[in-house]
Ligand binder design. Structure first.
Ligand SMILES: Nc1ncnc2c1ncn2[C@@H]1O[C@H](COP(=O)(O)OP(=O)(O)OP(=O)(O)O)[C@@H](O)[C@H]1O
Ligand SMILES: Nc1ncnc2c1ncn2[C@@H]1O[C@H](COP(=O)(O)OP(=O)(O)OP(=O)(O)O)[C@@H](O)[C@H]1O
Ligand SMILES: [Mg+2]
Ligand SMILES: [Mg+2]
Lengths: 254, 254
């Protein structure tokens, strides 16, 4: 049974893309078969994984509009399968608006290839629009990356409301797997207080450990590899490995 | 002649909201009459300025759909006028899609109150959709906040293309005022290299000084005030004051 994890948070810059890429790489290290889906027209995941969104002829956009199959559009980058995004995907929101069952476009697109994978990770854009709704509708569980600052904390309630709507209308089995504390600066009281506050305020499971803030993580996209390849012994790489062990559906290999 | 500055960057979390709020507060300190427009359904600017987006009855959404005037919906928070956002604004993208002249909704909404202000600052959401296009169409100039990391750098080309489209179709006089280096960590080579790279790659003016990274800035929204009020003598507050002096259309008062 394939685990499909939507990594979602409508707040910008909270490490959704970084979390999808790093968990993907860590699960691959553990021997899992992994697919990463880039649901963001900005194509940051595609770019971070070593692809070039500006040069791709076909992307997830064509797959959502049923013009191409996922298998045809798939890229394999550094061992990781990626369903890539291009800026065309910005048009998908508009095209899908007029189609019945528009929330299920991604789910339908993944059906033919689902069984090839143990885990599918979906990188959502910073909004609660049609693309994110597609990600939440296709998913078995939601992972919420949380930058431990006030403005990021404040969006969680709205996100949970949206997840509630998706459970009511398009995906009754969707669950929240938990919150990941990203780019965590353990020295500040703001970070500690925000993390404690979120668990209590929303009754969400906070996955361990937090991912430490490190320039190694920010450097990795420019080299087209994950932080596990760019800085394999960094605290951030190890944190993502530990988180992958915590969420691995096939059980720990350690 | 009112200066209307769209603060735009489709990458998430690069300090668009923080820059609008801090420049707004700094221009107010210099005796300018300032309006801040929250164009993001997540309402982070409204919240950071001390408002409560979840409790407002009317917002920019009603103004864009011509159901209320800007003057009716305006809030004054800590001396700053704010055209507030609520989550309803997410619906504006869809409602506006079917109306002719949809890119000019904000411009039309600002017409009756424009002359009350020296500077209007527009906080754009992390996307290049209808709301941001409205912000760019209503503006005289664009300010681009740039987090000096690879993924933020990579979106600049796309943003400039979008600005080019707006100049061709809906706002021929739009200019880019420049780039602001936000949450700048001067100790990392990544930050220095990215900042140097952006100026060269796109021929953009890089405004001085960069705004240093400081937890004081991240703490401010939780208190409903700008960093100029929360930590008036911090390096980040001073940087925003210097930037306000650089962009003040009425000329420096110092
Ligand atoms: N642990 C970390 N330490 C330092 N930098 C980090 C860390 N995690 C992510 N970053 C950097 O922070 C920036 C934002 O991360 P990222 O793009 O993954 O967030 P996002 O939520 O996907 O953003 P968006 O909302 O734009 O999609 C990137 O430049 C990334 O490299
Ligand atoms: N100079 C700084 N030092 C430290 N933290 C900062 C600084 N500037 C902004 N921040 C914090 O970084 C986070 C992102 O900033 P902000 O919300 O202003 O970005 P944004 O571009 O408006 O995000 P979005 O794309 O979601 O609208 C916030 O928690 C903010 O308080
Ligand atoms: Mg992203
Ligand atoms: Mg913002």
């Amino acid at each position: 049974m394939t685990e499909i994890l939507a990594v979602a948070n409508q707040k910008g810059g909270v490490a959704k893309t970084t979390t999808v890429h790093s968990l993907g790489a860590a699960l691959l290290e553990r021997g899992r078969r992994v697919l990463m889906v880039d649901l963001d027209p900005q194509g940051c995941l595609t770019y971070s994984a070593g692809g070039d969104p500006d040069k791709l002829e076909a992307s997830l956009h064509d797959v959502l509009l049923a013009r191409a199959s996922a298998a045809e559009v798939l890229l394999t980058l550094d061992g990781l399968d990626v369903l890539p995004a291009t800026i065309d995907l910005a048009g998908a929101e508009v095209h899908l608006l007029t189609r019945p069952g528009r929330e299920h476009a991604l789910s339908r697109a993944l059906d033919p290839i689902r069984s090839r994978y143990d885990v599918i990770l979906i990188d959502c854009p910073p909004s609660l629009g049609t693309l994110t709704i597609n990600g939440l509708t296709a998913a078995t569980k939601v992972l919420i990356p949380l930058q431990c600052e006030t403005l990021s904390h404040r969006g969680v309630g709205q996100l949970l409301e949206t997840i509630g709507d998706v459970r009511s209308f398009t995906n009754a089995n969707l669950e929240v797997l938990g919150v990941i504390a990203t780019m965590y600066d353990s020295r500040t009281r703001l970070a500690q207080a925000t993390l404690a506050g979120v668990g209590e305020a929303y009754g969400l499971r906070v996955l361990e450990p937090p991912v430490p803030k490190s320039v190694r993580v920010a450097e990795a996209p420019g080299r087209g590899v994950s932080v596990l390849r760019h800085a394999p012994r960094s605290g951030s790489a190890d944190a993502y490995r530990a988180l992958a062990a915590a969420i691995d559906p096939v059980g720990s290999t350690t």
